[in-house]
Write a new protein. Structure first.
Length: 339
């Protein structure tokens, strides 16, 4: 099972040009998720990692050929690492359980690097060197979650769900039936726009980030089609807050919506995670706009294992969108009280 992911760089000289001394390791720029790298590995492990790639680069004459990427497994100090050198600037590494075979992840790890990192390599590294780490942290979380999903779907592992804060980043997991307006809600927040002619069913986890009241939120928008709902639990790992979206104008599906929500609420792994129910499309005729009636329809008063609230909204008319963000900020203040 993938335990942690990390990113290492060292200013403008590239990680392979680092003088491997104790003093230089204190200046090494790192980002990791979900644990801090310093709590996982020792300086010797970082030294071994860099030396491992130096040897490979030397033998392959990568510096002359400008080969952009090298992958390598390494066990050091009892830690099982599978890492990728983005020559010559950075290393992205996966920390695995000690009995895991790194080559089981070869294909998916390469796909993730090709998808998330290589197309924007220069911009990511330049941003990282400037001290703006939020986008890179989001990227690492994206890779982490995708590989953990791969473990479950392809390798047959059971997902480990743990809920913790991630420093200044708060993960908000948005789920609900298809066509409830989840993706439009996130687009309204992040772009301020709504296009009634825009419709593209979500078929994978979409990730966007947004800052509100000085809190950094990562929104995970997930597909709601029946065949894809079994994957919700995978995406919920490490979530700080949950948003459940309901189509208030589609009363025919209220019972289905209630069933899917309660399938999640009864999971012991999710106990205590704050929940916001958003009843969308109140701008449409025949929409149920009474929060009291919605509470009755979905049996919300029976929720006893978390704080929760419900709001009626319209993504189309921008009604109560800010109010929902204020609710998230209020909950964030209890998780990150010093922000």
């Amino acid at each position: 099972m993938l335990k942690d992911i990390f990113f290492i760089s060292n200013g403008n000289i590239g990680v392979l040009n680092v003088n491997l001394t104790q003093d230089n390791f204190s200046n090494m720029n790192t980002i990791s998720y979900p644990k801090k790298l310093s709590s996982i590995v020792k300086n010797k492990s970082i030294s071994d990692l860099i030396l491992n790639f130096k040897e490979k680069v030397s033998s392959l004459e990568v510096g002359k050929n400008k080969t952009p990427v090298l992958y390598s497994p390494l066990i050091t100090e009892g830690i099982n690492i599978y890492s990728c050198l983005i020559y010559p600037d950075a290393i992205i590494g996966l920390i695995l359980d000690k009995d895991d075979n790194p080559y089981d992840l070869k294909e998916v790890f390469e796909d993730q690097i090709n998808k998330y990192f290589l197309p924007q390599k220069q911009n990511i590294i330049a941003t990282f060197r400037s001290g703006a780490n939020f986008e890179l942290e989001t990227l690492l979380i994206s890779i982490f979650i995708d590989i953990r999903r791969y473990y479950d779907e392809i390798l047959g592992y059971s997902p480990f769900l743990a809920f913790r804060d991630h420093g200044s980043i708060l993960k908000v997991f948005i789920f609900g039936l298809d066509e409830a307006g989840k993706t439009s809600y996130v687009r309204r927040i992040t772009t301020g726009e709504y296009d009634k002619n825009y419709y593209e069913p979500t078929r994978q986890f979409n990730i966007d980030h947004y800052t509100h009241n000085d809190y950094n939120f990562i929104f995970w928008d997930v597909p709601g089609q029946v065949r894809l709902r079994s994957k919700w639990l995978l995406g919920m790992q490490d979530s700080n807050m949950l948003i459940y979206m309901i189509d208030a104008a589609d009363e025919v599906r209220f019972e289905e919506s209630k069933k899917e929500l309660w399938n999640i609420l009864v999971r012991y792994e999710l106990e205590g995670v704050p929940l916001l129910i958003l009843a969308n499309k109140i701008d449409l005729p025949f929409a149920l706009t009474s929060e009291k009636e919605l509470i009755t329809h979905i049996n919300l008063n029976e929720i006893t294992n978390r704080t929760w609230d419900i709001m009626t909204i319209s993504v189309a008319d921008n009604i109560n969108i800010k109010k929902s963000l204020d609710w998230l900020s209020e909950k964030a203040s209890t998780i990150l009280p010093d922000v």
